[in-house]
Each structure stands twice: as C-alpha cells, then as structure tokens.
Design a protein around this ligand. Structure first.
Ligand SMILES: *Cc1c(COP(=O)(O)O)cnc(C)c1O
Length: 424
C-alpha cells in the first residue's frame, strides 16, 4: 500500500488507541491544524472548566476563594499537583503561576547569585529571544554588562546543540545555566539529565525552559535533580491564549527566599494575617507573586484531566509515530522540492514537532494556509509542523503532505510574496 494513500493512513488511524480524544476538541473540519506547538486547540473539557470557574464567580462572589469545586485560593497549588507527573516532580515542587518569561525572571532573581569570579549565565545561541531578554536584564539589574556575562553556546549546524559543547562551556566562571528542554525551532530534545549532572559536578545551578517539551515528552526533573524549570501552558497543554504558566523548584531549594516577593508566595495559613514581614510558603508556592489569574488558569484544569486520562507515555508514543509518518512522507513524496527536514531523526532527540527549511518558507506557509493546512512559520526560512497526539490523525498528516506536494509540484506558492505576517 502506498504511504500517501488514504487506505494507508486509515489503517494507521484504526490502530490508534488515542483516536477518540479527537472528539474532545473543537476542530474545524475543513482544516488540518498543525500549529499545536504554538497554540494548542480548545478542548471541550477546557471550555467546561472555564465555565465552571465563571459560574463560581457568578454564584459565590468573594466566597469563590474558598467555596466551589475549585476554590481559587488553592488553585495554583492544586494545578501544580495536577501537572507534577508531566514534569516528574515530587509533591510541592510545582506551582501554576505567571508566564514563562515572568517565571524565568523570578527564578533568576532567586537563584542567580553572582559571586567572586562565578558571575556568568550560560545559555545558547538558538535560545528563545524572550528568555535571553530576561537573562540580559537580570545581569544588568546586578550592575554588570550582559555582553560580558552572557555565554551563548554556538550551534555547529545552525539547528541543534551538542551537549558536549554546552558542557565544555561550563567553566568556573558560570553561576547558572538556562537551557531549553526542546528547542523551539528544530525540535531537538536536549539531554536534561546529562546536562544537570554535568552542571552540578561543576558547581553550577541549572534550569530548563519546558515550553516546547511539557505535554510533548516525559520529564523526570526530580530524579535528574534539576534545580528549576518553567513553562507555558498554551502550547502542547492546550490551555488557551495567555493561559497561566508553571514553574518547578527542586525541593532541595525549598526555603530559598523568593527574589521577587509578593503576598501570594506566602504560607497560605499566614497570608491573611497581613503582617508586613512575609512568611514564604515552604514549597514552590513561595515563588508566586500576586493574585493568581484564575480565569487564565481555569481552562488548564480540563486540559490536565485529558492528559491524566490519556497518559503521557501514550501521547509520546503516538506523537513519535505521527512525526515519523510525516518525515517519511516528506522524504518519499517531496525529494526534489528543496524542503529539508532539519529536525533530529532519532527518537530520543526529537520533540513534538517537525522542522523544515526552504528559502521560500514564508510563502509556502501562506499557500498551505490558503489550502487549509495551518503550519507555523519561523523566520527566515523555517516551517514547523506539529501533528498533536490528542487531536491530529494520521489522515491529517497524509492530507497535509498531499497538499504540500501539490503546492511544491505546481509552484503554487509563487503567487505570494515571500514575507511573513506579523505573527507567522
Ligand atoms: C513560547 C515560548 C516562550 C513564551 O514566553 P511567554 O512569557 O509565555 O510569552 C518563551 N520561551 C520559549 C522557549 C517558548 O517556546
């Protein structure tokens, strides 16, 4: 049977244990949505948990902080417990709060302690811009020069990083390392366990940005002994635009005073004593700042229920089969199109999305969108495609490649300008 035949994809779908979860999501039938690594789709569960929280406001007013099925006062901690299995955390090590960038600021304000000649922050040249903006401003806040204190480890091929190179840059001038779990562009998984061990052997604290890895691959942060991590919930976790982020702090660090203190980081029993001296929570809750964004956390409740039911191992297994199928199809059907698969091929190196490069990437993305396939463009020449285990089918992947083949074979993208829109 031909890879690109509807029968072949249908056979793969008929053996898919997670196929039923597609009905849990709002999917426009005429489109193939492959942008779940940028903004996941709305599920019916997320919608209903959001409605439930609106109801609790309607019904209880101020008493919603303590009453209802999800008392607001404990929601950040409760959602932290619900996401602990996704990152491999012990109880109390995760709290749902803030946003990726704000959480990184908090964690650097707390754990970046330049001292003597150990003053530098280790990152990489493929890092996400916002993370580097945060890192540079944290250096500047301490009266130092970002260009002297920030190390950006180079990529050998422009797409991936070698752990060896990252470890080689861990000198006795480095205080702390901030690296991605999965690279946002190429989708490469970094060996977080190895990097953590290497950092600790050299007296360096290490934290990971899990934006592209949470909900896509399993983590064992506690077991690896990682110091801290932070993430958003609107990508693979389908929490909706701007949904509340999360952070992990290893229990070894419990009791470390929050760099950016605020009353929601208090011990919950003492918070409303209104004392002018803060008593921080004894766990990761201490790194919250102000009143939680309840309505932005609400959809995440329903989302996390879906993850608990479907099981992250099953999600990862299907995700790999989807991306395998996608890569196989592109290689078989588009050999001379100029499209290059720039994601790692090994399973233990590939996250939840596939990254392609082409000089005409911007207009290829426009042509795809016009034909109902939703990709994600990353300047200057990247196309990210994320077939998501909970809601995409093998037929989606087949249809996307078949449309892409039509666009490339007939040069249909050439009618568009090769420029990006404001976002993608
Ligand atoms: C999506 C993403 C962010 C976004 O940060 P926000 O504060 O949520 O806007 C940051 N870092 C990485 C690696 C991302 O993929």
């Amino acid at each position: 049977m031909k890879l690109l035949s509807e029968e072949y994809a249908a056979a793969l779908d008929s053996r898919d244990k997670l196929a039923g979860y597609r009905n849990e999501f709002y999917i426009r039938p005429e489109t193939v949505y492959l942008d779940g690594n940028s903004l996941g789709l709305l599920s019916k569960r997320a919608e209903s948990s959001l409605h439930e929280l609106l109801e609790s406001w309607k019904k209880f007013g101020i008493d919603g902080w303590m009453d209802g099925s999800h008392p607001w006062y404990y929601m950040a901690e409760r959602l932290g417990e619900m996401s602990a299995t996704l990152v491999g955390a012990d109880p109390g090590e995760v709290v749902m709060t803030g946003s990726t960038t704000a959480n990184l600021h908090q964690l650097l304000a707390t754990f970046y302690r330049p001292e003597g000649k150990r003053t530098k922050i280790l990152a990489d040249e493929l890092n996400f811009p916002s993370d580097l903006y945060a890192v540079k401003s944290q250096i500047a806040l301490r009266g130092m020069k970002p260009e002297e204190q920030l190390i950006r480890v180079k990529s050998r091929d422009g797409h991936t990083l070698e752990e060896e190179d990252l470890i080689g840059a861990m000198t006795d001038e480095v205080a702390i390392a901030v690296l991605p779990g999965v690279l946002y562009r190429s989708g490469q998984i970094l060996d977080m366990e190895r990097l953590t061990a290497a950092a600790h052997e050299r007296g360096i604290l290490i934290g990971f940005d899990l934006c592209h890895s949470i909900g896509a691959i399993p983590h064992r942060l506690h077991e690896w002994d990682t110091d801290f991590a932070f993430w958003c919930t609107y990508k693979h976790l389908n929490g909706g635009p701007g949904s509340t982020g999360g952070l992990f702090v290893n229990r070894r660090h419990f009791g470390t005073a929050p760099g950016l203190a605020g009353w929601f980081g208090s011990d919950k029993a003492k918070q409303f004593d209104m004392d002018h001296d803060m008593t921080p929570a004894g766990d990761a809750g201490a790194y919250q700042i102000g009143t939680p964004n309840i309505l932005s956390a609400a959809p995440v409740i329903g989302s996390l229920e879906l993850f608990a039911e479907a099981g992250l191992e099953n999600i990862r297994e299907k995700s790999l089969r989807l991306t395998d199928y996608l890569i196989e199809l592109i290689k078989a059907e588009l050999p001379d199109s100029g499209l290059v698969v720039a994601s790692p091929v090994d399973h233990d190196r590939r996250g939840g999305h596939v990254y392609l490069e082409h000089d005409d990437a911007a207009r290829i993305c426009r042509a795809l969108k016009e034909e109902g396939v939703i990709p994600d463009f990353r300047a200057p020449k990247g196309i990210r495609l994320a077939p998501v285990a909970l809601y995409n089918s093998f037929e989606d992947v087949r249809r996307a490649v078949s449309i892409l083949k039509g666009i490339m074979d007939e040069g249909k993208y050439k009618k568009f300008n090769n420029e990006r829109g404001i976002i993608a």
